[in-house]
Structure formats: C-alpha cells, structure tokens
Write a protein that binds this ligand. Sequence first.
Ligand SMILES: Cc1cc2nc3c(=O)[nH]c(=O)nc-3n(C[C@H](O)[C@H](O)[C@H](O)COP(=O)(O)OP(=O)(O)OC[C@H]3O[C@@H](n4cnc5c(N)ncnc54)[C@H](O)[C@@H]3O)c2cc1C
Length: 203
Amino acid sequence: PKAFCAFILDREIAGWKPTHKEHKFGMRGCNTGELAFENCRVPKEQLLGEEEKGLRVTMAAIGDVGRGGMVGVAMGLQAACLESSIKFANERILYGKPIAALQTIQNKLAEMKIDLEAGRLLGYRAAAMQDKGLRSSNEFAVAKYYTTEAAQKAAKMAVDIHGGYGCMEEYAVTRYLRDAFILGPSAGTSDIMKVIIARWVLS
Ligand SMILES: Cc1cc2nc3c(=O)[nH]c(=O)nc-3n(C[C@H](O)[C@H](O)[C@H](O)COP(=O)(O)OP(=O)(O)OC[C@H]3O[C@@H](n4cnc5c(N)ncnc54)[C@H](O)[C@@H]3O)c2cc1C
C-alpha cells in the first residue's frame, strides 16, 4: 500500500494473531515474528500520529529509538567480548605463560578497547543530542554503523583469542559472534547507514 496507519493494539482485541516466529541464528532472547490482522477493528483513539502517515511514525521509531537501542546492544556486546577475552587470555597458559603476555593477543585487546571507547562517545553524543530535543538521526547513523561493525569485529577477535574453545558453545563468545551479526540489519544495514551519512555530508 502507498499509505498505512500506525496504531497501538490491545492484546485483548479480536481479529489478530501471531502467525510466524522467525528462527534467527542470534539474538534469540528478542523475539522477531509476524502478526496477521483480519477484520481487526481498532478504536481511533489508538491511532499513532496522523491517518495514513504510518510510514513516518514507523521510520521515526526505527531511526530515533531502534537505532539507538542497537548502538547500546553493540556497546554491551563489545564490552562482553573484551571481558571474556581478558579472562581467557589471563587463564590460558601457553609456553609457560598466560597468552595475555603475547603481543598479538594484547593488540587484539587494545583494538577492542579503542573501538569500544570511540563507539561509546559516538553513541553518547547522539543520545545527548536526542535528550536535548535536537535532530540526531545523522549522528545515530554514524554511531550505529561504527558500533555494530565494531561489535562484529570484536566478536571475531574474541572467538580468535579463545582458539579452539572459541568454537565450543559452552563459551559465551560463540553466542556473541552470532548476536553481533544480527545487529547488522537490525534498524537498518551498514550500507543504509552510509547512504544516510553520505546524504548528510553532501547536503
Ligand atoms: C532481528 C531483526 C529485527 C527486526 N525488527 C524489525 C522491526 O521491529 N520492525 C521493522 O520494521 N523491521 C525490523 N527488521 C527489519 C530490518 O529493519 C530490515 O531487515 C533491514 O532494514 C534491511 O532491510 P531488508 O531486510 O529489506 O534488506 P534489503 O533492503 O532487501 O537489503 C538487501 C541488501 O541490499 C543492500 N541495500 C539495500 N538498499 C540499498 C541502498 N539504497 N544502497 C546500498 N545498499 C542497499 C542492503 O544493505 C543489504 O545488503 C528487523 C530485522 C532483524 C534482522
């Protein structure tokens, strides 16, 4: 349809049902699925925004709320990758010493820390602008791109640091890797973030 309405639905109302739950390979703690509506009558008080302007409402929700949420998840994921990697690097003994003593491992830990700190500043800047009521969609696009790409990089490095154990499901880093790749498309892909950022710098 060219135009649609956004509305808030009471669970008790008749005429809708969940039809399909997606089986994602990551972020399984957050359900993703479809709802089907048939002869579902919604009181007009539950309309969100203006009639036939639902696209504006949903895009604002994805851009202003969803994207910021993904930035937060990405930062948490990076912090978890770093924490697990530090723990493992201190515990795993090779050549009579913890692997944390190897420069290769230290480089990875340092890169994770740099990305986490840089992404945090980008995320906080966008959030602070939003708190002040300023337009922050461009800043969130930068933060979303940076932190979700960094989360994927951090998860790969965390798995690498764990060596063979990084492939075993009893280690949380395997979940971090799967979760990190779900962050990519959620609330807009990295390609789309670049489209937004390019439009910003060219305007
Ligand atoms: C876990 C999860 C939860 C989600 N939750 C919601 C939700 O609650 N509500 C909701 O509305 N949506 C939700 N989505 C959908 C999500 O927003 C889309 O999957 C995402 O925006 C990508 O759109 P698409 O899947 O249609 O991919 P497509 O648009 O088909 O993209 C396919 C490929 O083409 C590239 N591409 C597309 N257009 C361009 C362009 N102009 N320039 C360059 N490259 C381009 C993309 O980057 C991608 O690589 C969710 C997705 C996931 C994975």
